[in-house]
Design a protein around this ligand. Structure first.
Ligand code: B12
Length: 217
């Protein structure tokens, strides 16, 4: 039997969920997700509440109001909630249309931003294959072919590893990959993306979702 919640009750649970993500309260976020699921709230609305929390975290991080540790605890809270939500989303016929291969380029071990982008993309109904950090260009090629990816996302946080990004894009072009390439990371600029022939660049996790959508449209 399906019980439809009154809008007020529903928005209270979703609001608690958003606030728990913002505050990085993993246990609270998990409990609110469990409650929302047991109350039969539309999984896409739950997802929207989670994403809203992370968007806020991203905004405050950019404004230097919070720092990496806060972003990390928020992301971990989001991850715990997503573990509960993902099977329900899949069950409700919510299947991703596009696959994104994402990773941090060779020589670079930074993954906080890349993980946030991956999380946001998952939240936006992309299937995400995360290759991790220090990923060689050939590994991206192989994963893109295996998973018939529509997109490849490259992350770099060091000015020294921006070279690896250039080499990776060159290899993708040489191999004639159909996947579009988007890049990001603190030292990356729109100009650099153009210079190396990437298809797009986004400054943060929230805008990477808009970018990904526009690239596969
Ligand atoms: C945390 C951190 C570390 C951690 C990384 C932990 C981890 N698991 O990631 C540790 C301690 C391991 C580390 C190591 C090093 N670090 Co470090 N690190 C940082 C720090 C403080 C924060 C980076 C971060 O996570 N930001 C938070 C996330 C949310 O932001 P973001 O990564 O920019 O991601 C957002 C966007 O860029 C975008 N984005 C990111 N990826 C992608 C991908 C796509 C496809 C898209 C569309 C968008 C996108 O969306 C993200 C979310 O909004 C920065 C300083 C800073 N303020 O940036 C230095 C920094 C990046 N590190 C730096 C350095 C020098 C190093 C070391 C070389 C230090 C050393 N001497 O050992 C090593 C390098 C190790 C290696 N080989 O990679 C320098 C780089 C300088 C430079 N010009 O190259 C920085 C800038 C610090 C500084 N001011 O000197 N570091």
């Amino acid at each position: 039997m399906r019980t439809v919640k009154a809008p007020n009750d529903m928005s209270e649970i979703l609001n608690t969920l958003t606030e728990s993500i913002k505050a990085g309260k993993r246990k609270d976020a998990k409990a609110a997700t469990e409650q929302a699921l047991s109350e039969n709230i539309d999984p896409q609305q739950i997802l929207a509440a989670l994403t809203m929390g992370m968007d806020d975290v991203g905004r405050r991080f950019k404004a230097n109001e919070i720092f990496v540790p806060e972003v990390l605890v928020a992301a971990r809270s989001m991850k715990s909630s997503m573990e509960l939500l993902e099977p329900v989303l899949a069950e409700s016929g919510y299947t991703p249309d596009h696959t994104v291969i994402i990773g941090t380029v060779e020589g670079d071990l930074h993954d906080i931003g890349k993980n946030l982008v991956a999380m946001m993309l998952k939240g936006a109904n992309f299937s995400v294959v995360d290759l991790g950090t220090n990923v060689g260009a050939q590994a991206f090629v192989e994963a893109a072919q295996t998973h018939k990816a529509s997109l490849i996302g490259l992350s770099a946080l060091l000015t020294t590893t921006m070279t690896a990004m250039r080499e990776a894009v060159a290899l993708f072009r040489e191999q004639g990959l159909a996947a579009k390439v988007m890049i990001g990371g603190a030292p990356i600029t729109e100009q650099f993306a153009q210079d190396i022939g990437a298809d797009g660049y986004a400054t943060d996790a929230a805008s990477s979702v808009d970018l990904a959508r526009s690239l596969v449209a």
